[in-house]
Ligand binder design. Sequence first.
Ligand code: 5GP
Length: 348
Amino acid sequence: MAACRGTVVRPLLDARRADTRALCAALGLPVFDDPMNDDRAFRRVAIRHDVLPYLSALAERDLVPVLARQAAILRSDSEFLDDLAARAWPGGEGDDHEARAAALVALPLPLARRALRQWLGAPPPSLAEIDRVLAVASGDARRDRARPWARGASISRTARPDRRLASPSVDLSAIGGMVVDEDELQTRIRELGKEITADYEGRPPLLVGVLKGAFVFMSDLSRAIDLPVEFDFMAVSSYGSATRSSGVVRILKDLDLDLTDRHVLIVEDIVDSGLTLAYLRRTWLHAVPASMEVCALLVKEGLQRVELDLKYVGFTIPPTFVVGYGLDVGERFRNLPYIAEYAGPEAV
Ligand code: 5GP
């Protein structure tokens, strides 16, 4: 609570309850205790009665004035930053959405988040919502920039997927907007298959898939290649069930075949930070293959933390967490025939 905001002034905000009670007693004023102040169903009451005494005992000092002082400092910092953000990006209306989006994403991240939070108003959006809006804004702002590694078709962000596409037993409530629909996927995979067939004429490729996500793509891609192909799989885990890259790659199943002198085509479902691919490529190059290229179905725009030479790319998509067509969250949604945004509770 602010001690003073607009016409509202709270002169007793700094007074401790015991002081107020003592003053009332000295003045002979009756005291009324609000029963809500003892109702632990309110989290603030439980914190006041249970957590604060515990922390004070641990610290061997009364922490209430310390926390109150910190709160006042943080409040004034926060008001200052709000003011800075509002002046840096007033938001407002205007037809030039691209310019507004570009101005927003050009701000340092903490200011951009604050400016957006103020502009969106009440109820206060979650951090995940703010960051999703920023991701869209940065995608729009970058639309015209050169993307040398993006060779695929552009993406579409249309309405929610048609519920009839999946079996009624699949719970689609956590599925957000469509990112690549079934037709776009199949058309692009046929194109990739033709390209690969032409490029690998006379030197049949060994398709190396990264499980589990790539199995659906690899299955369709291999049937679009008009050459004798061989398959091998490695299983790695970089995320567990979280939706952010940890950068740590764990090998769960190694390759069965020897890559020496083979024309290796790595088939990846999605390149996010690129750390998984960079790691695998480094490892596999030790076997001295005749050639090694990558075919990635999806590449997230602007997120790569390493240089990657991707020979074949299906689609460049915005930096959002997606599911379907082999991609899961906690092992769900792999059998959706399209790629859609994940909007469930663990989404970040
Ligand atoms: P990277 O190492 O490039 O950050 O992550 C690559 C791996 O993370 C992918 O092979 C995939 O398993 C997982 N991944 C990255 N982004 C997504 C996503 O948006 N959805 C899903 N389901 N998995 C993802």
